[in-house]
Design a protein around this ligand. Structure first.
Ligand SMILES: Nc1ncnc2c1ncn2[C@@H]1O[C@H](COP(=O)(O)OP(=O)(O)OP(=O)(O)O)[C@@H](O)[C@H]1O
Length: 702
């Protein structure tokens, strides 16, 4: 980071304890300036709101702030001293600048990563996104109000025409009234178009905000607490748009349409007198039918939604596991499960649709009966000269406004509402899952973390499992090279994930450099730990994207240098698209060995202090394995800690200390030579271990 502005923003983010996107500095460096104007350009490049410049001295609680000085450049100001000095942090060093009034102070809003925002339930996420757009909502409600008022105007127009124009032939009044009514209708048209456009624009923003939140939040869920049904969870997340559409139409209905229905009934009472009783009876009946209908469909919509989501899960699973399914003739098994789920969905959906049709018909009949009653009663009232002919016409138009669009949309609105409510409950379920780093807990952000680990009384079990991995006491010093061996399912990978801080123990504590791993900020931890899982998955994008995943772009030269060290370079040079080789969705497009090499290349570029490898060479040929091991050995600094899980003897020879695992415990721990000797002599074989029992409830609840 050569620019002082980049260093200053990084320091400010650190002081405010906010994670910056891994690639943020690239965008900032590309601006290529370091003068006073650079800040606005950097904010623009990263997509942040423009900085606010202070014209007066800031108050104490407003610090830390960015500060620019013509000779000293950019830094972070911590405070203003009494003698007009500024307390400064520049490149990690605290200092003071004289003449605070010569410096320019700026505040910037560094957005919190979406997942770091805290909400207790899904409804609040939508509410917050919607309420941030109060002006648009206010305009939409106002526009709906005016549109309804115009409906009132057209009914009054008819009344005037029937009562004043027709009996007297007052055509000049007719022209004035007609022109007025047409203007009102054109205004109504313009309002509707503007309202629709505004709502559409805001809907896109709300969708982006809400889905960004849920996407990041789902990604933050602790790996050991992730819901086992990935496809089903993905389907649950798809309910977002449905909820947003529902909430906006429900809001307009409740805030504008429903109050107007009541106003229309009052106007009918004013114009038509007693005949308003028809509406006063039919309207509550319609609402009552709607409420009963909503209750009746609740259970079935829930069932249909759950089975529909499971159906989606099955689809994802069958596509993902297509090779296994095809090779083992598993199509029939999956097809029968699919058909079962389809039947469940239909079984639940049919009564909902039937009830929806019935309620629609009831509403239609109710509308027609109330119309006939209104006209019949109205005719008697006209005959008895209680009301005018025009008033009856106006009342009939208004009754259509109450019954027609308003009650006509109720059945489908209610079905959508019930579906959305269930989607909200499912999203609530996702929000309840524990995340890696709770947003309300202050995270530790040490500048340096020595790659030393310390386990005390650690116990971990997968949700629902009785036993898991247990480590009473374990000390790993910086710079150690350790191999973990053991039988299939003995807990090696789980132990490695605990060391990587990807799983949190349900009992005990794991410290890194004497700090609780759970309390260290995620970005700091990931910057220090390089973890290569057994089944390294790639993500949709280019090979370059995968190699630099989560890293600041090191440039193609550095990438190729690292790729030469792992042997990935031969793939890159042989492929016509080189680093732009596209990895398809699901990480397909490369062989198992090439995927591991991609992960290793990334690891070499990241230069972590703690390297955790899970069977790194299991998929590699002898030559590539030798190349990878040589490069790895050469890249290790004296204080880099290397821990690898392996079944291969040649890898064990690379390390100075070996753990032998069995049943979730470390059975043997010692210098490589000694442990190997003990393993080879049957008399001194490791004692059989009892799997460490972890409280099942605790395990499941984690
Ligand atoms: N995601 C998971 N959910 C539930 N149980 C799991 C999960 N992953 C592993 N297990 C269980 O935990 C135990 C330890 O698994 P782990 O993957 O740590 O073993 P391992 O020693 O690495 O095995 P291998 O040599 O086959 O890779 C196994 O009994 C396994 O069934």
């Amino acid at each position: 980071m050569s620019n002082s502005i980049v260093a200053a923003i990084a320091t400010l983010a650190q002081m405010r304890r906010i994670d910056l996107r891994p690639d943020w500095a690239d965008a900032a460096v590309q601006v290529g300036r370091d003068d006073q104007e650079a800040l606005d350009l950097v904010c623009q490049a990263i997509g942040w709101a423009p900085a606010t410049k202070y014209s007066e001295a800031p108050r104490a609680h407003e610090f830390p702030l960015l500060v620019y000085h013509d000779t000293n450049g950019w830094a972070v100001a911590e405070r203003i001293e009494n003698d007009n000095r500024l307390g400064i942090v520049k490149e990690g060093i605290s200092t003071t600048w004289r003449d605070a009034d010569q410096a320019h102070l700026y505040d910037i809003v560094i957005p919190l990563p979406a997942g770091k925002l805290t909400f207790d339930n899904a409804f609040d996420v939508f509410k917050s996104a919607v309420f941030r757009r109060k002006n648009t909502i206010f305009f939409a409600v106002l526009a709906t109000f005016v549109v309804n008022l115009i409906a009132l105007v057209t009914s009054l127009y008819s009344m005037q025409v029937y009562d004043r124009v027709v009996p007297r032939g007052a055509f000049s009044t007719l022209w004035v009234l007609s022109i007025g009514a047409i203007i009102a209708i054109l205004f109504d048209f313009a309002l509707r178009v503007i309202r629709a456009n505004m709502l559409e624009d805001e809907a896109v923003k709300i969708d982006t905000e809400v889905s960004e939140f849920f996407f990041s939040r789902t990604a933050e869920v602790r790996l050991d607490a992730r819901p086992p049904a990935i496809g089903t969870t993905a389907a649950q997340l798809r309910g977002l748009e449905q909820i947003r559409v529902m909430l906006s139409s429900a809001a307009l209905f409740a805030l504008a349409d429903l109050p107007f229905a009541i106003l229309f009934i009052l106007v009918i009472a004013k114009l038509g007198g007693i005949i308003a009783v028809v509406m006063a009876i039919s309207f509550p009946i319609a609402i009552g039918v709607a409420v009963i209908f909503a209750k009746l469909i609740r259970e079935d919509t829930a069932k249909a939604q759950i089975s529909g989501n499971r159906k989606n899960g099955l689809l994802v699973e069958s596509l993902d596991a297509a090779e296994t399914v095809k090779a083992n003739r598993g199509q029939w098994y999956l097809l029968s499960r699919w058909n079962h789920l389809l039947e469940e969905v239909h079984e639940a959906e049919i009564p909902v649709r039937r009830l929806q049709t019935i309620s629609g018909t009831i509403f239609g009949t109710l509308q027609q009966i109330s119309y006939i009653c209104l006209i019949a009663w109205g005719a008697v009232e006209v005959f008895e000269n209680h009301i005018s002919m025009g008033a009856l016409i106006a009342c009939s138009i208004l009754s259509g406004r109450v019954n027609g669009p308003l009650l006509g949309q109720l059945p489908s609105l209610l079905v959508q509402w019930t579906y959305s409510k269930i989607s909200l409950q499912m999203l609530d379920g996702i929000l309840q899952l524990p995340v890696d780093r709770p947003a309300d807990v202050e995270q530790l952000r040490p500048n340096r973390l020595a790659p030393a680990l310390s386990f005390s009384n650690v116990g971990f079990a997968y949700p629902g499992a009785r036993t898991g991995v247990g480590v009473q006491r374990l000390e790993i010093a910086a710079g150690e090279r350790i191999g973990i061996i053991g039988g299939v399912g003995s807990g090696k990978s789980t132990l490695l994930k605990l060391m990587a801080g990807l799983y949190a123990p349900q009992q005990g504590q794991i410290l890194m450099d004497r700090l609780d791993m759970n309390q260290i900020a995620e970005d700091v931890l990931r910057g220090h730990i390089g973890y290569l899982p057994q089944d390294y998955r790639l993500v949709n994008g280019s090979l370059r994207d995968n190699i630099t995943l989560g890293l600041s772009d090191p440039g193609d030269e550095a990438i190729m240098e690292a790729a030469r060290g792992t042997g990935l370079a031969s793939l890159i040079t042989a492929h016509p698209r080189g680093l732009d080789l596209q990895i398809s969705e699901g990480g397909r497009g490369l062989s198992g060995g090439q995927r591991v090499l991609t992960g290793l290349t990334r690891l070499l570029l990241a230069k972590p202090k703690l390297i955790l490898l899970d069977e790194p060479t299991a998929n590699l040929d002898i030559d590539t394995e030798a190349l990878v091991l040589k490069t790895l050995a050469a890249s290790l600094q004296p204080d880099t800690t290397l821990i690898l899980v392996t079944h291969k003897l040649q890898l064990v020879n690379m390390v100075g200390r070996v753990f032998v695992m069995g049943n979730g415990s470390i059975l043997l721990d010692g210098p490589t030579g000694e442990v190997m000797k003990r393993l080879q002599s049957p008399a001194a074989a490791p004692p059989p271990a009892q799997a460490p029992a972890i409280d099942a409830a605790e395990g499941a609840g984690a």
